[in-house]
Design a protein around this ligand. Sequence first.
Ligand code: ADP
Ligand code: MG
Length: 380
Amino acid sequence: MIFPDAMLGLLGGGQLGRMFTLAAHSMGYRVTVLDPDPYSPAGAIADVHIKAAYQDAEALQQLADTCAAVTTEFENVPARSLRWLEAHCTVRPTGGSVEIAQDRILEKRFLKGGGLPVAPFAEVNAADDCDRAPESLYPGILKRARFGYDGKGQALVAGAQEAREAFLAMGLEPCVLEKRVALQREVSVVVARAADGTMRAFPPAENSHRNGILDVSVVPARVSAPLAQQAIEAAQAVATRLDYCGVLAVEFFVTADGELLANEIAPRPHNSGHYTIDACVTSQFEQQVRTLCGLPLGETRLLSPVAMVNVLGDAWRHGTPAWDSVFAVPEARLHLYGKHEARPGRKMGHYTVLGSTPDDALSRAEAIRTQLSRTKDAAI
Ligand code: ADP
Ligand code: MG
């Protein structure tokens, strides 16, 4: 086991890294962040911030020399960098498991190969593949295999012609063409797996998206107990098959027919798991510290129904959001990531609200949202 006050290394300095750093600090560890951005949210609070590229040999050497173990918060971190570090120090998760989640084609094959139902799909490596794809995949969504997030690198396509055009517009990069399925709802499960194979999953979150970006998560998800259990077991099966060590999230679709389809894997804590900070015995970030340091996993029990709302840069369009509307609710907690520039669609922070039921938490969260985005005039 790695004990405080060991130095932990982190590839990537976004909000996930910031919350990892906060958890590590509260347990008495020190953190070194590698992120080229001088204003990175995690770099700003880390003990050491190495401002260099993720492939920078000197920077990787410094991490290997000064850190007891290294993890990542950024799924597009070069798998090669993780592999290099693996030869020099403890790295969790490994480059091999991160690599699968970085590529939708590998990811789909992996999920399907493990017997998990996924939305019908075809691999698109050339424009002709759009014509060869079965008619039943249309209307579909063409998704770039790599570097997509928050709905970016995706296009809704009615038929083969539109798919071709989208494939060209996305630069002829390998893609997945996925049938657009009728969704009843979306859920996700965050699971932690230790090096000895023990696992603890957090309760499934029910997620709604706006413009392809997670908007609200509600926990417990309003699904049947067997479906919640099925999602937990599927996420655990993914972690086991990857021989994963660390925190991982699996996103699922619940179709209009009530079927559970695996959508994608995130090899890191997940936005839909932020509720665990305020509503669970152990947070997903503490769990990441625990798996990294070889400590026993913490209890994942939910202490209260909860809703989490993302605060995007859009909330700044009339000036600084009315934070007093969050602070006025005693069961609400605000988390801001310290980002300097509030661009539309950029994740600036989130808040959680505890409630007596999921619906109660959700309606309280929505009431805060209405207040938060009031115009300056209305605020006076
Ligand atoms: P990202 O990496 O951007 O999160 P996803 O594949 O999860 O990519 O897609 C983002 C969102 O788009 C999903 O959460 C879901 O709301 C919607 N979506 C994606 N694929 C499908 C599909 N096949 N059918 C219906 N909705 C989909
Ligand atoms: Mg997604």
